[in-house]
Each structure stands twice: as structure tokens, then as C-alpha cells.
Design a protein around this ligand. Sequence first.
Ligand code: SIN
Ligand code: FE2
Length: 198
Amino acid sequence: MALEHLPGKLKDADQAKLLDALRAVMEEAPLFTPTMPRSGKPMSVRMTNCGPLGWVTDERGYRYQPTHPDTGAPWPPMPDILLDTRRELAGYAHAPEACLVNVYGPDAQMGLHQDRDEQDFDAPVVSLSLGDTCLFRIGGTKRGDPTRSMRLASGDAVVLGGGARLAFHGVDRIIPGTSTLLPDGGRINLTLRRVTPP
Ligand code: SIN
Ligand code: FE2
């Protein structure tokens, strides 16, 4: 399974720089509360996106779209520091089209799921974490496969590629007080995705 975990990939100065860039993204594209298809149940994370496409979910289902669901404006561009880091880690020639920004409060979590709303599964999904450590769960490509738990700390990168591109994954919980990067605590996770075939 081509799951790569790169602890401390982003040094402190780069984490601060990335956070500044994300604050500008969130100003232009405010966080929204995603809701589950059909049930309309709110997720516990808040999210936004940057890049030409953004991932959204509501009663109409999971999808990528070029505009913010509330403001109707195009998503802001991806900051250079994200593009540079992803270029270094992805081993994939074509640019990412979506960066999903998930913001976890101390009680937020994310159920086990696959990232499969993309048309291009050859491109790995590159994940970057900021703020409090989380317990991340990763399994195989079938829902019933055994899973294991790992900690993702501020600055860690994960690459889901090859046989792990469609691995089930989720976030069991946030471990409060494990980072001082975010003034109010919590965690931010970024996932960079190629959506369309190149
Ligand atoms: C996600 O699967 O969209 C987020 C994963 C994470 O928060 O680490
Ligand atoms: Fe995911």
C-alpha cells in the first residue's frame, strides 16, 4: 500500500506561512458547515476550498464545483506554498485542482470514507495537517478491511497514492492541547486533489 506518512514535513516557519495564507483564503471563501446527502445531517467539521474546484456536500450530494456554495464566488487560488509542497510530494505531473480545507474543533471527527468523487485516481491525494494532533484511521480499499490508527501532528504530510489512493480513512478524534499553532486550538487539514483527467 502506497501510504506515505512524512512527520514534520512542514517546519514551524512554513506552518506559520501556510496558516497566514489560509487565513486569507478563509476571508475570501468563508467556512461553511457541510451537510450529508439525503439526511441533511450537518458534519462536525467546517470547510472551505481553494483552487479552480472545491469539494462540497449537501442534500444534492457530494460533488466538485467551481464556486462557493454560499457566496457563489469562485474559490480563491491555491497559495504557492501549497503548490510547491504538493509538487515535491505527489510525484505527479499535473497540477492539483482542488484543495479542501477541513477545520476541526476539539470535538469534531470524520467518519471512515473513501475519496472517490474524483475522475482521476492516478493522482495521489496529498494531505497536510496543522494544529492539534489527531488520531487518524486508515484501512484498506474495502469498508470491512482491518484498520490501524496513527497520529497526525502539525506539519505532517500524508500521501495517499497507488494502492492506498482509495483506502478508507477518517479522523477518530482531536487531541486537545497538542499544538500552539492555532490560538483557539483545533486542527486544520488540507487535502490536495486532482479531479479531472489530465
Ligand atoms: C479528509 O479525509 O477529507 C480529511 C482527513 C484528515 O482530516 O486528515
Ligand atoms: Fe478523505
